[in-house]
Design a protein around this ligand. Sequence first.
Ligand SMILES: Nc1ncnc2c1ncn2[C@@H]1O[C@H](COP(=O)(O)OP(=O)(O)OP(=O)(O)O)[C@@H](O)[C@H]1O
Ligand SMILES: [Mg+2]
Length: 358
Amino acid sequence: MLTELSLTYFRNINKSVLYPVTGVNLLVGENGSGKTSVLEAIYLLAMGRSFRSRNLKHVVQNNQQQCQLFARISQGIPVGLQFSKTTGLQIRLNNAPLKKLSELACHLPLQYIPANCHEFFELGPRFRRRVVDWGLFHVEHDFLFHWQAYKKVLSQRNAALRNERPNEEIKVWDASLNVHGLKLAQYRREYLKKLVVQYEKWFRLLCDDFPKAKFELRYLPGWPKSEDFSEVLHETIDRDRALGYTRAGPHAADWSIKIDGLDPAELFSRGQQKLFFLAICFAQISIMQQVKEQKSVLLIDDLSSELDSNHQRYVLQAIKTLKVQTFVSSTNPDLSAILALNENDAMFHVKRGDVRLT
Ligand SMILES: Nc1ncnc2c1ncn2[C@@H]1O[C@H](COP(=O)(O)OP(=O)(O)OP(=O)(O)O)[C@@H](O)[C@H]1O
Ligand SMILES: [Mg+2]
């Protein structure tokens, strides 16, 4: 949760300080006013990277050398970030230099829902794995350990394959790959089962178009389900040699949810696809809230795109049920009426890089 946010020379924002509330923080303003930039600043503080620029020099205001962000998170802990075009990125958490980005993610769990989130269906399995792994990172204590160990062994096996080492040198990694790989596959399967149950609940709150539909999880662990992972590694070694990398394993996993056996990408309208993605994010937050004390933050960019006013209202009502601090951007000033603001909510007006409470 954020209680204070300050931005200096960040995109088109010269200097703005805001004190977010615990409920919904609406950011309303015209195109190009700086709404997405505020969300980007929060994302950067939580993740150490931007969702729209690979090179952080683009977030620094034109004609400036550096930008600064500062936030107070739960228990008043300060997080400071500075990016200089000459000296690069520096992050301080609780007044000490940050050691690992995962520390930051632990302190400020964050979900970001982009304006074009309905395109989720067209993105590759890497994005779908990222969704599950975000959840597991926050709820499964040993997930990060197994994931990092798996990645390390996988890169060693791949290096051996690339360098055309003899089979015995390649197989030396298989036992370890199998141990961590099976653990990851098991975590993902169990998490996804919970996710689908929660997803269905949230989706039905957001969309009443499919009252009798059956929602079903499809999970592909990254190798043929009926086979043993270590056997697959053993049997496909010649193919891996030819490819120069390990094909099978949790790094190739994928999942989807079918509606009455159909693919949502084929069945759903764009608005329904957006509601689908929102329901997945809400499900993840509710699973996290069951096991973690840490309060997460939800960012929704351009809520109004693809959604009519009734569905925008359902989304905002769901956020209130979820009790998660949320930042919602929109060009629609009527959103405050849809939301029916109460004391836990606030509306900020964003105008040419200036953010003000209204
Ligand atoms: N490095 C930069 N320095 C100065 N201005 C910038 C920089 N990068 C982007 N901008 C400008 O910042 C403004 C705000 O962009 P932002 O994407 O935050 O707007 P927005 O309010 O989300 O608009 P929309 O409703 O169209 O999504 C834009 O006019 C953009 O051109
Ligand atoms: Mg925007």
